[in-house]
Design a protein around this ligand. Structure first.
Ligand SMILES: [Zn+2]
Length: 522
């Protein structure tokens, strides 16, 4: 009889499981529901990947019960600005995102998406993902497919071909169109081209997310262009990584927020997103005049080997960097440079000295051109002021988004935002500086981005919504990734749940990959 008992228990177990009211029951949590309303105490029951009940659930049973005690239960964070397409197939768990409380990522930003979203989505579905994923269709990807990296306007036929590609991507489930108007080849397009492509996205109920033509000098005109696209194409606009990236304009965040508010008063739906750091990150090529990059790397190398052309490029760089208010390139730090990883973490000014060149912006421009000849580098730039970052964070229509990537732990010296964006807002800006309430910060990470990107059953703790949840300790949640040591995971997360499955427990991955592709539906 003794020997039979374990067998009996095994036989009974499946019946007992299915008889429970919930798969997961989180009892007695301080629920921050994503709306921005004050927290309330409740039990939250999860069944079949969805939130099944919220309230007092005393006489219910569950396969797993978690006592939340003083922890906060929030909807999983939705990060609408990422660039994961290059790495996610190798790193499908997306550990740096899950461990920062992110349960949904939107990729394809700044004009750079996979050109074939249907294929990309189906490969990811076979692989299984940590977080849920959606994608924009990128203007640069579409333009490159039709026109290469030519520095010219599109012909009517080319425009029609690009519109057809946007249309096809929207049918495949893209959430909207993205632009990266400082990057090749999108930078060669006029506003009319962007409007025409945004119209194709608007027909499917998509949004327009833009890395604007300028974020330093010229930012006001760039915001006006984003608003013009929204008005003409009748499409909601998300201005990506909203910031003032020029010392010459530091302290003027009120003015750019006023521009957005003016458009909203006129009935144009414009919102913004932001990462909570004073450093930006992008390619080194953005320090060169855009004409120098036309036609791709081979053409660039050709130009750099012609002394007269190289001189012209360097002169324009020196003029531009001075105009933005920098005295040299010490604000620019190498994040990833595959030909020589020893340069990672060093500024252009330091590398210039290492190369034995004289100090000064003129010589540093030459050092940049040397790196560009070897294929360029991913960079971190100290371009923002802390006061502007805080002012933009206070603006109620600012969503929190990392602008990050899926990171292979320990590789390179990437921007810390990929690891710590949400925990940094909750720790530094909510708990330490009290810039936002916890409820307001959570709203910016959940229901605000869900509203903008059309995730109708996510971003709230409400019966019927997908069970994307974060259980965190508000007294402890913090980012650990710094500029010097970026490979640090966030802490303070007791549970992260994606579609009802626990993916993080006590700041450790479970290894589960329950994320799904979120295809846009009209
Ligand atoms: Zn961008």
């Amino acid at each position: 009889m003794k020997r039979l008992l374990p067998i009996l228990l095994l036989a009974l177990a499946p019946a007992a499981l299915s008889a429970a009211d919930f798969d997961l029951l989180i009892r007695n949590a301080r629920v921050v529901d994503g709306t921005g309303s004050p927290w309330f105490r409740a039990d939250v029951g999860v069944r079949d990947g969805r939130i099944a009940a919220v309230g007092r659930l005393d006489d219910t049973t569950a396969t797993r019960v978690v006592d939340a005690r003083e922890l906060v239960l929030a909807p999983g964070f939705i990060d609408v600005h990422t660039h994961v397409e290059d790495e996610i197939e190798n790193l499908p768990t997306a550990a740096n995102y899950l461990r920062d409380g992110v349960t949904t990522i939107v990729t394809g930003n700044c004009g750079g998406s996979k050109p074939d979203l249907a294929g990309f989505f189906s490969r990811l579905e076979k692989l299984g993902l940590g977080p849920n994923l959606a994608s924009l269709v990128g203007h640069n990807a579409v333009r490159r497919k039709v026109m290469g990296s030519d520095d010219r306007r599109a012909t009517p036929d080319e425009l029609a071909a690009m519109q057809a590609l946007v249309d096809a991507a929207m049918r495949d489930g893209a959430v909207g169109l993205s632009t990266g108007l400082i990057y090749v080849p999108g930078t060669y397009a006029g506003t009319d081209e962007v409007v025409a492509l945004a119209e194709a996205a608007a027909r499917h109920g998509g949004i327009y997310a833009t890395h604007m033509r300028a974020e330093g000098l010229g930012i006001m005109a760039a915001i006006a262009e984003a608003i013009e696209v929204g008005a003409k194409a009748r499409i909601p606009v998300e201005i990506s990584h909203f910031k003032i990236a020029s010392p010459k304009l530091w302290g003027r965040a009120d003015e750019i927020i006023a521009q957005v508010e003016q458009a909203r008063r006129e009935g144009i739906d414009v919102v913004v997103d932001q990462y909570p750091y004073e450093w930006s990150s992008t390619g080194l090529g953005t320090t060169l005049p855009s004409w120098a990059l036309a036609g791709g790397q081979d053409k660039l190398v050709e130009r750099l080997r012609d002394p007269a052309t190289r001189g012209r490029i360097a002169d324009e760089m020196v003029r531009d960097v001075k105009a933005e208010g920098y005295k040299d390139y010490s604000y620019a730090v190498v994040a990833r440079f595959e030909p020589d990883p020893t340069l990672e973490g060093k500024s252009i000014a330091e590398i210039n000295r290492l190369k034995g060149r004289k100090r000064g912006v003129k010589h540093e421009a030459e050092t940049i051109l040397d790196l560009m000849e070897q294929g360029g580098a991913r960079m971190v730039f100290h371009k923002m002021s802390g006061a502007d970052v805080e002012r933009i964070l206070r603006y109620p229509n600012t969503a929190i988004a990392s602008d990050g990537r899926v990171i292979e732990h320990g590789v390179g010296v990437p921007h810390p935002r990929s690891y710590g964006t949400n925990a940094r807002v909750l720790g530094e800006y909510v708990r330490v500086r009290r810039v936002l309430t916890l409820e307001e910060a959570v709203r910016r990470m959940t229901s605000l981005p869900a509203r903008t990107f059309g995730f109708r059953d996510r971003g709230l703790i409400r019966a019927g919504c997908a069970a994307d949840l974060v259980l965190l300790d508000p007294t402890r949640v913090a980012d650990t990734a710094t500029l010097a040591q970026p490979h640090g995971y966030s802490t303070g997360f007791a549970l992260v749940v994606v579609n009802g499955t626990v993916v993080v427990e006590d700041d450790a991955l479970t290894g589960a990959r329950p994320g799904v592709i979120l295809r846009h539906r009209r």
